[in-house]
Ligand binder design. Structure first.
Ligand code: SAH
Ligand code: SF4
Length: 347
């Protein structure tokens, strides 16, 4: 039988494991805190659990810690880091410093099965889901890198790196629990944003499970046919169903949803598109982030001109949509959104 990764266990899973071993329950809590409050890298760092028990944990489970492999700093101080996984794969994360915050952008999968035509990660195909520990380790290691290189701790997390988080639902949710739980890493919930391409049933599920983090949805086109041309999976998960799910999401959570809208030249940047986007926004408590497209080598998409972005922005703004234009960061080292696709992955 393949051994489970100890860090894929929730606190309840750990308690079950300790009950089976006829151990007191408080041991599970102790182990949980070593794993998620102190973020230990090896089991022998634990000092208050009997050696015999540690040996049992060691022999019945395995560890999946990730290591910093390399990093590059851009002229605007954005840092792209690559991490080495237990099976030799590489995944990337980014630190984005700005005036009032230092944001970590982390990944949930190696590659991505959604295969959006404009996205570097989507074009490298799908390799595997990340484990819970592999997701959380990125925050731990990026925080270390941030203090070393920039002299500041991380303040925000965006799940906008490689992969579609709602297609790695269980492990992404567990990672969020560990990040936000006061007994673990105690991150403030409103400093974390999860971005999804839009999977209706998972959005509803997330409305119930979400520990309170913010939700962003990659819309990119307000018409079904146009969206399908950009996002192959949009045929299965239609705009109508996504919007319906989001209405329920807002009702259940009382939260505002952010729509991410990539500005692609002559694809989705017309006034017709803007008008339909306004209509959609009027039905859902939402904000809009317009994202300048970052070029991806080998792909035919072109960023909208600044003029077109501004006209689109004004059209929304004049109709009282809460809209802003996102600044692109780290472009000179290919660290910007949608540019993460390391060349070291052997598929
Ligand atoms: N899979 C999730 C989260 C990761 S992608 C999602 O799609 O939402 C994070 C964001 O980067 C998405 O809004 C995505 O559309 C955007 N993105 C992808 N490729 C991009 C590119 N080349 N330039 C700018 N943004 C891009
Ligand atoms: Fe996957 Fe998001 Fe890239 Fe689409 S944009 S391929 S969903 S990572």
């Amino acid at each position: 039988m393949i051994k489970p990764a100890i860090r894929n266990f929730s606190l309840t899973d750990l308690e079950q494991w300790f009950i089976q071993k006829q151990q007191p329950l408080y041991r599970a809590k102790q182990l949980y805190q070593w794993l998620w409050k102190r973020n230990i890298r090896r089991i022998d760092e634990i000092t208050n659990i009997p050696k015999s028990l540690l040996r049992a944990i060691q022999s019945e489970t395995w560890w999946d810690v990730i290591e910093l492999f390399s990093f590059q700093k851009a002229s605007d101080l954005t840092i792209k880091a690559s991490f080495f996984l237990y099976d030799g794969l590489i995944v990337e994360g980014v630190i984005i410093p700005s005036n009032d915050r230092t944001t970590a952008c982390i990944s949930t999968q190696v590659g991505c099965p959604v295969r959006c035509r404009f996205c570097a990660t989507g074009n490298m195909g799908y390799v595997r889901n990340l484990n819970v520990g592999e997701i959380v380790d990125q925050v731990v290691l990026l925080n270390r890198l941030s203090t070393d290189q920039l002299g500041t701790n991380l303040t925000n997390i965006v799940i906008m790196g490689m992969g579609e988080p709602l297609l790695n639902y269980e492990y992404t949710l567990k990672a969020l629990m560990h990040l936000t739980s006061p007994e673990a890493m105690n991150w403030s919930k409103n400093r974390i944003t999860l971005s999804t391409v839009g999977i209706p049933d998972r959005i509803i599920q997330f409305a119930h499970d979400n520990p309170g983090v913010k939700l962003a949805v990659s819309l990119h086109a307000p018409f079904q046919d146009k969206r399908e041309q950009l996002i192959p999976l949009a045929k299965k998960y239609t705009l109508i169903d996504i919007l319906e799910a989001l209405k329920n999401y807002v009702k259940i959570t009382n939260q505002v949803v952010t729509f991410e809208y990539l500005m692609l030249y002559n694809v989705n940047d017309s006034i017709d598109d803007a008008r339909e986007l306004v209509r959609i926004c009027s039905t859902i408590n939402s904000k809009v982030n317009l994202i300048p497209y970052n070029n991806v080598e080998g792909l035919a998409f072109v960023p909208s001109t600044e003029d077109k972005i501004h006209t689109f922005y004004k059209f929304l703004k004049n109709r009282h949509i809460n809209v802003r234009i996102r600044k692109s960061r780290g472009q000179d080292i290919d660290a910007a959104c949608g540019q993460l696709a390391n060349k070291l992955v052997n598929k």
